[in-house]
Design a protein around this ligand. Structure first.
Ligand code: HCA
Ligand code: CU
Length: 387
């Protein structure tokens, strides 16, 4: 059974300008827990005292989800995370020669030593702690470096190795694909008799994050990172709702309460200041709205003609937009929803003309507006009659 790690409160807060107050972080964590998210990464306690306090209060809530903190491979970061009482600790450290030489002025063996020491320390302090080690920018780093650091981390007590596509570099079907990467990594561990869980963290710089995450899953990754609205550094990471839907509907991995997703998304959208684009899959205002006459005609007969996802899966409803594209089927559908069943065909036609006129002005007619159009058309017919 695959697990999903939500990183909205950690990676998501690395979106420029996004900050969640402590009580909002708690509310987000609460909803994530109600949805049944397996691991919640709540922040990096060394960044500010506010984050430290937020991580601590979430960890104290007794959620079913495993509560995690993020830390650099530095003892001080780990101590702060341990003080918060988390059950999961994500430690990251780069392993590429370029970064080690250029930024840290260290060679690989010194880096591996530091990673191993910090992980052994954390494990000794709390043997029940689930520890994930991430070689930052995993997929662009030299494979031997990744293996040395990961093996060192596992021997020191890491339970999970995460493959980070920190720059959204991978593309399915090319030589840089996640399926092969995870498969190769797993066989390296197998050869050494090591059995860490494999996690994956995919950035979305080329819009490939979800596709890469699914590739990783198919190759055996057991934990997948995501955030609400795909928030995160630059173009962000995998979108949580999209990931949960694909895992549940296409891979039979359904242990999440998907109906709570819209509430979670509005909460995060409101407090991150990130509007939900209308055409966003699953959550966007238009995600289950049919528009063109051909579509609405067929979808009114049977929604499967134009839907591969039933809106009910997230507790939403299907809509038929009324605008310049609408045909009589859309209008009839809307009238039925409004319980208006006494309109002559000629009035219906006139109502449709009016709807199209509004549509040509660049907006849709919503259901609260339609009865007024109906009334004015009825009135028009009445006036014509007495003339
Ligand atoms: C970061 C980088 C990171 C780390 C992922 C991880 C990445 O912002 O610190 O620790 O698993 O994308 O590599 O998010
Ligand atoms: Cu990241």
């Amino acid at each position: 059974m695959v697990q999903v790690l939500d990183a909205t409160l950690r990676e998501g807060e690395q979106t420029p300008g996004v900050y969640f107050d402590r009580h909002i972080k708690l509310a987000v964590a609460n909803l994530l827990d109600e949805i049944g998210i397996d691991i919640i990464e709540t922040g990096h306690p060394a960044v500010t005292n506010e984050i430290y306090l937020a991580v601590k209060s979430i960890a104290k809530k007794g959620f079913n989800a495993r509560i995690g903190a993020h830390a650099r491979s530095i003892k001080k970061d780990v101590e702060l995370a341990l003080e918060c009482g988390v059950g999961f600790l994500g430690i990251f450290y780069c392993v590429s020669d370029e970064r080690l030489n250029g930024v840290f002025k260290k060679d690989l063996s010194e880096a591996v030593k530091q990673i191993s020491e910090v992980i052994s320390f954390a494990k000794k302090e709390n043997p029940n702690l689930m520890i994930r080690y991430t070689p930052e920018d995993t997929v662009r780093s030299k494979f031997e470096n990744v293996i040395s650091a990961a093996v060192g981390a596992i021997e020191a007590g890491a339970d999970i190795i995460s493959v980070a596509d920190t720059t959204g570099y991978m593309v399915p079907g090319t030589k840089n694909n996640m399926f092969d990467y995870i498969s190769n990594l797993k066989s390296e561990f197998d050869r050494r008799g090591l059995k860490p869980k494999i996690a994956v963290h995919c950035h979305n710089d080329k819009g490939m994050a979800l596709a890469n995450a699914i590739e990783a899953y198919r190759a055996g990754a057991e934990i997948i990172d995501a955030t609400v609205l795909g928030l995160g550094e630059r173009a962000g990471i995998v979108d949580l709702a999209q990931l949960l839907i694909v895992l549940s509907t296409d891979f039979n991995e359904g242990h999440w309460d998907l109906k709570k997703l819209p509430e979670l998304y509005s909460l995060v959208s409101k407090h991150s200041g990130f509007p939900i684009p209308a055409n966003s899959p699953i959550i966007g205002a238009n995600a289950f709205t049919h528009c063109a006459g051909v579509h609405t005609h067929a979808a009114a007969l049977n929604p499967m003609h134009y839907e591969s996802l039933n809106p009910d899966i997230v507790g939403r409803e299907r809509h038929f937009a009324l605008d310049h594209m609408s045909g009589i089927a859309s209008l009839k559908y809307a009238l039925k929803v409004l319980d208006i069943d006494d309109l002559d065909e000629d009035v219906q036609k006139e109502v449709l003309e009016e709807v199209k006129k509004v549509g040509q002005r660049g907006r849709t007619v919503d259901l609260s507006e339609l009865p007024h159009i109906v009334e004015s058309c009825k009135h028009h017919k009445f006036i014509k009659k007495i003339d």
